[in-house]
Design a protein around this ligand. Structure first.
Ligand code: PGA
Length: 253
């Protein structure tokens, strides 16, 4: 197995920089012994400097939750990939479902952001995921479209810097994650879509993550039976005790 990724998306939380630092400090301490995994914390961008002051390193990196595709200019309220890179970001979440459905982002916009991230030297984490499922399996075509358009402008040589997160929208903020057997079906499908577009060797090197109600109890099944290389974690990533358990489980697989 390649490197395992434990990415935390804090979304618009926590409410203060002091709390953000406290959570980050704990996670950083527990991550210091990781051998097979890396942790990427994506806080609200306004906390970047505070967390940097706590200290990042090889085991704990920072990521930004969203970027604008331009490098600079008149885009009130926006942050560019180059700015995030300058402040020490390594990752950039692109196309999270909350951005797609709350702010109307589409696949074309995701593509622009993926390209901008790569250009700035950030690793984009492209999020894909269906809102619901029906009996005829149309979610597979939906995911394929999200991947092929989102990665449309990515050159084969740049694919090694891309991470893909499969996050079924119905499993985000839910009681439990999706069934690992069903996830396995989807992770195989995702690899096939990537292989068709970029070639098998390149596709196999892309870390495929799962996101949606990950917790210490379902981590093992998701990673092993679900056949993914890592996790994109929302709520549990702000709870140091849960993160500690998840890290330990991922390391032991
Ligand atoms: P959750 O969020 O772990 O709280 O379900 C996941 C996500 O939105 O990435």
């Amino acid at each position: 197995m390649n490197t395992r990724y434990i990415i935390g998306n804090w979304k618009m939380n926590p409410i203060s920089a002091a709390k953000a630092k406290e959570i980050f400090r704990s996670i950083k301490r527990d991550a210091s012994t990781l051998k097979k995994s890396v942790v990427g914390i994506c806080p609200p961008a306004i906390y970047f400097e505070h967390l940097r002051a706590v200290g990042t390193g090889k085991k704990v990196l920072l990521g930004i939750q969203n970027i604008h595709w331009e490098k600079e200019g008149s885009h009130t309220g926006e942050i560019s990939a180059a700015m995030a890179k300058d402040l020490g970001a390594a990752y950039c979440i692109v196309g999270h479902s909350e951005r797609r459905y709350e702010f109307g982002e589409d696949n074309a916009e995701a593509e622009r952001k993926v390209k901008a991230a790569l250009k700035a030297g950030l690793s984009p984490i492209l999020c894909v995921g269906e809102r619901d499922r029906d009996e005829d399996g149309s979610h597979f075509a939906f995911i394929e479209e999200e991947i092929t358009t989102g990665l449309g402008g990515v050159a084969k040589k740049d694919l090694k810097n891309v991470l893909l997160a499969y996050e079924p929208v119905w499993a985000i903020g839910a009681k439990d994650a999706m069934n690992p057997r069903k996830l396995q079906e989807m992770s195989i499908f995702i690899r096939r879509v990537l292989a068709d577009r970029f070639g098998k060797a390149e596709a196999d090197a892309v870390p495929v993550l799962y996101g949606g109600s990950v917790n210490p109890t379902n981590t093992k099944g998701i990673m092993e039976e679900g056949r993914v290389d890592g996790l994109l974690i929302g709520r549990a990533s702000r709870e140091p005790q849960k993160m500690k358990k998840i890290m330990r489980i991922v390391e032991e697989i």
